[in-house]
Design a protein around this ligand. Structure first.
Ligand code: HEM
Length: 208
């Protein structure tokens, strides 16, 4: 569960980087996605990714069932003695929300007709407030999930050191905060900031 979680966290950072290319413009974004689709290795990576999600969901569910079956009275107190945070207390709920979000995400961006081009599809979808609200909620669930998940994964793997644990926690928190970037991208298009930037004469907003 810890290994699949860390690898999925790595995927999220890469995916955020990919989607920041939206800000660079249509040619950059479509060029990247089309390059990926033309690469014969991509289907293998997608199967690997599917395997990671399944492994994470199945092991996560199994751990919860085991906890439930074994739990003596007062177990909750033991479980959270390392410090209960909003992230740790809501892991199950954010996991469920992410699963729903992911299915919706696949149905709207992955398994659809891409003939209009990926940039048009994504930015067009982000003009709709309800769609963006779902993306903001999904992004918040992801940030909350990772705020506990990243550090918890290292602890499970036995990385526990007085000197490095605070650093691991800080990096985990940074990764979690970065996940709000998905929400910011969708809000950027909802507010028409790309249009305002183009009117002001900026084609490239963040990355060059
Ligand atoms: C700004 C927000 C996001 C945008 C614009 C975006 C865009 C996309 C697009 C266009 C695809 C389809 C690529 C293809 O058909 O090959 C995709 C796939 C995917 N996205 Fe996102 N995404 C966003 C956020 C997220 C988040 C928050 C997650 C995870 C919770 C996520 C997980 C995935 C996964 C697992 C795939 C499938 C990968 C693949 O099959 O290549 N995405 N995304």
């Amino acid at each position: 569960m810890a290994v699949s979680g860390l690898l999925l966290g790595g995927f999220m950072l890469v995916h955020l980087g990919e989607n920041l290319l939206l800000l660079k413009g249509e040619a950059a974004y479509n060029g990247w996605v089309e390059m990926l689709l033309a690469n014969p290795v991509t289907p293998l990576l997608e199967i690997g990714l599917l395997f990671l999600f399944l492994a994470h969901i199945i092991t996560g569910t199994w751990v919860r069932i085991e906890d439930f079956l074994k739990a003596p009275s007062g177990y909750e107190t033991l479980r959270w003695q390392g410090g209960r945070t909003l992230g740790s207390a809501t892991m199950l709920y954010t996991a469920a929300a992410l699963l729903v979000y992911l299915v919706y995400h696949m149905l709207t961006f992955r398994f659809v007709d891409h003939s209009m081009g990926f940039y048009q599809m994504v930015t067009g979808a982000f003009r709709a407030p309800v769609f963006v609200a779902l993306y903001v909620a999904g992004s918040a669930a992801l940030a909350l999930h990772l705020s506990h998940g990243m550090q918890s994964a290292f602890q499970t793997l036995g990385v526990n050191h007085p000197k490095y644990t605070p650093l691991i926690k800080a990096v985990g928190m940074l990764v979690a905060v970065l996940m709000t970037g998905f929400a910011l991208i969708s809000v950027y298009y909802l507010l028409g900031m790309d249009i305002k930037a183009a009117e002001a004469g900026y084609n490239i907003v963040i990355i060059r």
